[in-house]
Design a protein around this ligand. Sequence first.
Ligand code: NAD
Ligand SMILES: O=C(O)C(=O)C[C@@H](O)[C@H](O)[C@H](O)COP(=O)(O)O
Ligand code: ZN
Length: 363
Amino acid sequence: MQSLRVKLGQRSYAIHMGSGILGDPSLLAPAIGKGPVAIVTDTNVGPLYLKALQNTLKSLHKDALVITLPAGEESKTLDHVQSITGELLKAGYGRDCTLFALGGGVVGDITGFAAAVYQRGVACIQIPTTLLAMVDSSVGGKTGVNHPLGKNMIGAFYQPRCVIADTDTLDSLPEREFRSGLAEVIKYGLINDLSFFSWLEDHLDSVLARDSEALEKIIKTSCKDKAEVVARDELEGGLRAILNFGHTFGHAIEAASGYGHYLHGEAVAIGMVMAADLSRRLDLLRESEQNRIYKLIKAAGLPTLAPRLEISTYLDFMKVDKKAEAGQIRFILLNSIGSALITGDVPPAAITQTLQAFMERSA
Ligand SMILES: NC(=O)c1ccc[n+]([C@@H]2O[C@H](COP(=O)([O-])OP(=O)(O)OC[C@H]3O[C@@H](n4cnc5c(N)ncnc54)[C@H](O)[C@@H]3O)[C@@H](O)[C@H]2O)c1
Ligand SMILES: O=C(O)C(=O)C[C@@H](O)[C@H](O)[C@H](O)COP(=O)(O)O
Ligand SMILES: [Zn+2]
């Protein structure tokens, strides 16, 4: 097992990662409150891993209330927050309870948000079971749900008490979901870790084969990279926005296509190719680097073509992006692989050119 710390003063917490750690009560014990516990999971993950977590909790004399959501992005709604909090109220749970998010990023984001708002805040422990959740969503405290008019539009910054990533759970993860998680892994290389990007280029075969050492490397490096950014800018006053690379286009793709049509990582992969195109158009990124980015994303089995939508549809969704300031969309662009910049100074004509170029290429 390996552990890292997200350093946030009183809200600091550990990320534990390794094989079989879901069965280790000593990792959970320090993070659980005095009161009762509830596990939020989904219809795919529950049948696979609920029993293991329940048994670990039983060894700590905790009998968990279980709340199961339908699997998939379509469940990341305010209605499901209402149903989770309703179950907690019916069970008489107070402020001393602890919520466990057992699942991927959908369960993680919605449970984290329910924990943030239930009785104004109860403890939450993230148990990520997808690659995406292990490398990104379980860390950093962005919680929330979608709105038909925009992705993650209702939410809160609310840090978990700890993160326990049992890498054995990845054995059952479908290939498409695994590759979706790789998009966020590649993102870390692009925004501030050139040597990690080069390592991914050299070891993609081992990663795709889910070789245990390669998995350990990508999970640890991603969590370390993310934890450092979050520790410096928890509430996204500035620097943290680099973690949003590819998401301005990507979130528009997810929302405009109907949540769940593209997986989050797939939409981010397309968004990163689009953001690299925009960076190149603005003479920030060299064409050779743009080609390397395209090549790695494609080799990872991720989509690179944007869905054919009206340009105005893209722009409407991009305008509601949370990074916008004074009505102006702000983009995360690349100066080079491993070096991101945050800017609102992008000529509208360049944005339209990127969108037009992708509409011409799309099927
Ligand atoms: N909070 C953040 O910082 C952050 C970061 C990145 C992404 N996100 C959010 O995360 C969500 C995407 O997360 P995701 O990709 O994990 O999707 P997900 O939670 O929908 O999980 C993907 C699918 O895999 C299934 N699954 C999960 N674990 C499994 C396992 N071990 N074996 C078999 N099946 C399993 C799930 O039931 C689901 O069908 C999006 O809503 C995205 O916005 C949040
Ligand atoms: O942790 C962050 O900060 C991120 O931006 C990570 C992203 O991968 C993630 O998809 C996040 O949920 C997007 O946040 P949003 O603020 O754009 O909704
Ligand atoms: Zn993301």
